[in-house]
Design a protein around this ligand. Structure first.
Ligand code: ADP
Ligand code: MG
Length: 317
């Protein structure tokens, strides 16, 4: 199968490649064309996933397709952007029909869930990797950035943390667990649900936001630095799932939440008087700390004493 046949058969005909919100021209020309409503800005983010680094080289291609797009779409959620479109630059070591079909199906499923249209890409031969670029729109000046946290705000997260990091030994087949523990954890690794609706709802409410991809402590460090404040986290308030605690024990579960990666849940700061409005619509949102004057991230134990925070966050270099 040639390059153009591959693009046509697996990507150009996919339902998600048949246009969408703001898509003037999709796959098939030298560029895609996107139209923005007046007074809106384009939010753009790109992520690369490399086999053996970001996912096991031998894995279920359907799940990989889902995960690749979810990881990128999560950045749109973090900015409060409305999803529009994405491109896929795919590098394959071989054109395996069964693999491509399953990968395209997983991609399609996540694209439909996120209302993202596939508008272009590139297809090359080499070690398996993929780069996805996502495009969203946001009313001018209303994007949620990392820079707006203010002293007195509360620090919140969009749900339970640590499941994906806790699932890693299961993903890598280093460990096994009964289905009622393994299934929810593996689902959180392979099919994260980008918090797109929450991100859009937080426009005008949250003062700063990001999506947690490198561990709660490392990512809160980014908000603290960009906003010029300190963030104080109460360890006992960090939400942990029953499945994670059953697999890993409470202490290791907390370590997964603090320093593991791949959560793709939102962390945000919000003035205290706005929290009840957020939680009324999003009961899974948890307040885990507050914004103080100073710098960096402080972790408190249940007695309110400072804990030496583990140095966290995966860095490639
Ligand atoms: P060019 O020669 O301009 O780089 P290509 O021949 O690489 O274009 O691609 C032809 C068309 O197919 C373009 O519209 C491109 O965006 C699209 N395309 C290529 N690879 C993919 C892919 N993996 N997924 C979706 N669209 C793709
Ligand atoms: Mg090309």
């Amino acid at each position: 199968m040639g390059e153009f046949e591959l693009i046509q058969r697996y990507f150009a005909v996919a339902p998600c490649a048949q246009g969408g919100d703001g898509v003037v021209r999709g796959i098939g020309d030298d560029c895609a064309l996107l139209a923005l409503p007046p007074a809106e800005q384009l939010a753009v983010s790109t992520d690369t996933l490399v086999a053996g680094v970001h996912f096991p080289a031998v894995c279920d291609p359907f799940l990989l397709g889902q995960r690749a797009l979810a990881v990128s779409a999560s950045d749109l959620a973090a900015m409060g952007a409305t999803p529009m479109a994405f491109t896929l630059a795919l590098t394959l070591d071989q054109a395996n029909a069964a693999w491509l079909e399953a990968f395209a199906k997983g991609l399609q499923q996540m694209a439909a869930a996120c209302t993202l249209a596939l508008v272009g890409g590139d297809t090359t031969r080499g070690p398996l990797s993929m780069t996805l670029t996502v495009f969203g729109r946001v009313p001018a000046g209303q994007a949620l950035t990392r820079a707006g946290a203010r002293v007195g705000d509360l620090l919140c997260v969009g749900g339970e943390l640590g499941d994906a990091a806790g699932a890693l030994p299961l993903v890598l087949s280093q460990r096994q667990a009964v289905a009622e523990i393994a299934e929810p954890l593996l689902a959180r690794y392979w099919s994260p649900r980008p918090q797109l609706a929450l991100g859009q709802a937080l426009r005008g409410l949250a003062t700063a936001a990001l999506d947690i991809s490198d561990g709660l402590l490392a990512d809160c460090g980014h908000i603290a630095k960009a906003s010029g404040v300190a963030l104080q986290i109460e360890a006992a308030r960090v939400p942990l799932s029953a499945a994670l605690c059953a697999l890993a024990g409470h202490e290791h579960a907390l370590a997964c939440a603090l320093s593991g990666g791949d959560d793709y849940r939102l962390a945000f700061t919000v003035p205290p008087e706005r929290l009840s409005a957020v939680q009324a619509q999003w009961p899974e949102v948890r307040m885990i700390g507050q914004v103080l004057a100073g710098q960096g991230v402080q972790l408190l134990d249940a007695a309110g004493l400072a804990i030496e925070a583990p140095r966290g966050g995966y860095q490639h270099f």
